[in-house]
Design a binder for this molecule. Structure first.
Ligand code: TTP
Ligand code: MG
Length: 361
């Protein structure tokens, strides 16, 4: 007889309307009113998130603040305070680690926990999820939603199912009934573009997807076809990979008006390099990869990336690399709406590499 591994118990936790919830916690007088976190509505910034009152008007992450105001003229706009969100994020992550060290952090407000074995010796993932939510509320005053399942993607979809302050448990024998009616857009990894292509193929729900052969999906989507074929059958064996640290450090900005020339862009990018380097330095890290992101006025976005053998040791080195990367874009010839840089591929003190720095230039 072959031993099959024990069923995994995975919890996905996601904070409710995270940035907005933090702001409302600190300004209770605003509760009940539509609120968006973003720049001023007469600026060109975008909404990072909105509370549920504002979402009723169609306001959501990613739309411009100007459009948000058109959708709901009485909506309040609050500037984001990333330091505060970072602090809350650290609080919730240390709560996760009270339960298990198998925590895969996805963003500031979201993580997967594999609690198959856990520090509380608690066999019920449902009870653990309840406990985690309680702890988060006690420590931060904020609500989170949790999904419990035997795989990451089902846990993720489940955490969204009963928001806000939700807890949704999907047992293995319930998975297919749970996922079949869902629109394919709910599948993690399927974005707007894939969604449109699936629609063109008359695939709207997971049930539609399940009817397609592996051959067909591979032809249409390449490697991604394998992934969605499995997902449509409730199969997702990706392990939870603990990753406490941020995977990239970045700074970017949408400008108040499009920038046609290169010079002001360079000035801005130098500032970004300084800012991002300082942040990284604070955590005692160095990066080997620098990525430049440029969004042109027509919203076409390009990224240019370079990885070095050794680490980038100063803001000036980062800036030099960015200057080169900017040459590989059409900045200066096409107006630019947004620019930014990010650093990734880290070396940490004590790990090979940082002490024996390799030369870059
Ligand atoms: P989400 O968890 O996607 O959204 P949310 O927490 O605001 O709302 P929900 O209750 O539906 O989970 O994102 C977490 C935070 O990340 C969000 O509060 C703001 C930020 N964010 C952006 O800045 N831009 C974006 O496009 C998205 C999706 C999120
Ligand atoms: Mg959230």
């Amino acid at each position: 007889m072959v031993d099959s591994p024990p069923l995994r118990k995975i919890i996905h936790v996601d904070m409710d309307m995270f940035y907005a919830a933090v702001e409302l916690r600190d300004r209770p007088e605003l509760r009940g009113k539509p609120l968006a976190v973003g720049g001023r509505p007469d600026s060109r910034s975008v909404v990072t998130t909105a509370n549920y009152e504002a979402r009723k008007f169609g306001i959501h992450s990613g739309i411009s603040c100007a459009q948000a105001r058109r959708l709901c003229p009485s909506c309040l706009f609050i500037a984001p305070d990333f330091k505060k969100y970072q602090q809350v994020s650290e609080q919730i992550h240390s709560i996760f680690h009270e339960f298990t060290d198998l925590v895969e952090s996805v963003s500031l407000d979201e993580a997967y926990l594999d609690v198959t074995r856990n520090k509380k010796d608690e066999p019920s993932a449902t009870r653990l999820a309840r406990e985690i939510k309680k702890r988060i509320f006690a420590v931060t005053g904020l609500t989170a939603s949790a999904g419990v399942a035997a795989s990451m993607f089902v846990a993720k979809i489940a955490s969204d199912a009963h928001k806000p302050d939700g807890l949704c448990v999907v047992r293995p024998d319930q998975v297919m009934a749970f996922i079949r009616p869902l629109p394919v857009l709910k599948i993690p990894g399927i974005g707007r573009v894939t969604d449109v292509r699936l629609r063109q193929l008359a695939i709207h729900t997971v049930a539609d997807l399940e009817k397609k052969s592996l051959d067909f999906l591979e032809k249409e989507f390449g490697k991604f076809g394998f992934y969605i074929y499995d997902i449509a059958r409730g199969i997702d064996e990706r392990p939870v990979i603990p990753w406490r640290q941020r995977q990239s450090f970045g700074a970017e900005e949408t400008f108040p008006r499009d920038i046609p020339e290169k010079e002001p862009l360079l000035g801005f990018l130098l500032e970004c390099a300084q800012r991002v380097f300082a942040e990284l330095d604070e955590e005692g890290k160095r990066a080997r990869t620098v990525t430049l992101k440029i969004k042109y006025s027509d919203f076409q976005t390009v990224t240019r990336r370079r990885t070095f053998l050794g680490f980038l040791a100063s803001p000036e080195e980062i800036f030099l690399a960015v200057q080169d990367l900017l040459e590989r874009t059409e900045a200066g010839r096409r107006p630019v709406r947004l620019a930014g840089i990010s650093l990734s591929n880290f070396l940490e003190p004590g790990k090979p590499g940082l002490s024996g720095q390799l030369k870059l230039f």
